[in-house]
Design a protein. Structure first.
Length: 256
């Protein structure tokens, strides 16, 4: 709903949601309550794909995209679907990112657009995921809750896991691609580290940076490692991909 522009300073007026500010999670929230985690008083809010022209002190800009983990119907009598993907507070003459969540179906939901999430292929955006093992030594696969990468050969390439769909960037207001991964073994990490990023080839490459238009490396051994890639300069159609070398698991890939 990128073209939508909705503004106000509270609930009511036929709206199907309520905006609440504060540093403590609201107790007994109603459906579609939006909680902005801030100690600054919220004076106004706006849902828009682009920054408001004349912001005022204490305004919250709810950035909207074409899809969201927290999409909801904003109006009681009509269907006006909003897809929030981030929140920014105007204070001291500048916009600053602030955490925001929505209370939907009895639970708090983060405003995150996932491409892969604990076994969910998030096909609305990704189209699903392809696993391309480069050799018989690679046994990367999709499992119930993660992507499992297993490769034991020290030479050449291994496996690419990538979205079936190419995604056009810039995408919404997202500037960052993120991943959560466990790495238990890295085969020659200095020369062949695990990578993720925006990928151009329909097939597989030789395991080097060839094929990645933008990439970040995942070299650290450990569990629950989170990595970020700045994609603000990306323009064009790309697959989102993860290249595995060694033994690793990917749990989540998302845009912020």
């Amino acid at each position: 709903m990128g073209a939508c522009f909705l503004y106000g300073n509270g609930s009511g007026n036929g709206l199907n949601f309520k905006v609440v500010g504060g540093t403590t999670q609201p107790e007994n929230p109603k459906e579609n309550t939006i909680w902005v985690n801030t100690d600054t008083a919220i004076t106004a809010w706006v849902f828009s794909a682009t920054a408001p022209d004349s912001p005022v002190e204490g305004m919250v800009w709810f950035c909207t995209g074409s899809t969201s983990s927290a999409g909801f119907n904003a109006v009681k009598k009509n269907t006006v679907t909003l897809c929030p993907i981030g929140a920014k507070l105007y204070a001291g003459g500048a916009w600053t990112e602030v955490p925001a969540k929505s209370f939907l179906a009895g639970q708090w939901v983060d405003w995150i657009t996932y491409l892969y999430n604990l076994g969910d292929a998030c096909e609305a955006i990704s189209g699903g995921w392809n696993v391309l093992n480069y050799s018989s030594s690679a046994t990367t696969k999709l499992s119930a809750n993660c992507i499992i990468g297993d490769y034991n050969n020290i030479n050449g390439a291994h496996a690419i896991v990538k979205t079936k769909n190419k995604i056009t960037f810039p995408y919404g207001n997202f500037n960052t691609l993120k991943i959560v991964t466990d790495v238990t073994n890295q085969i020659n990490a200095s020369a062949y580290p695990n990578r993720f990023g925006l990928y151009t080839l329909s097939g597989i490459n030789d395991g080097t940076s060839q094929g990645f238009a933008l990439q970040a490396t995942c070299k650290e051994i450990g569990t629950g490692k989170q990595y970020s890639l700045d994609i603000s300069a990306a323009k064009g159609d790309f697959y989102v991909a993860w290249l595995n070398v060694g033994k690793a698991k990917v749990y989540k890939i998302w845009l912020e």
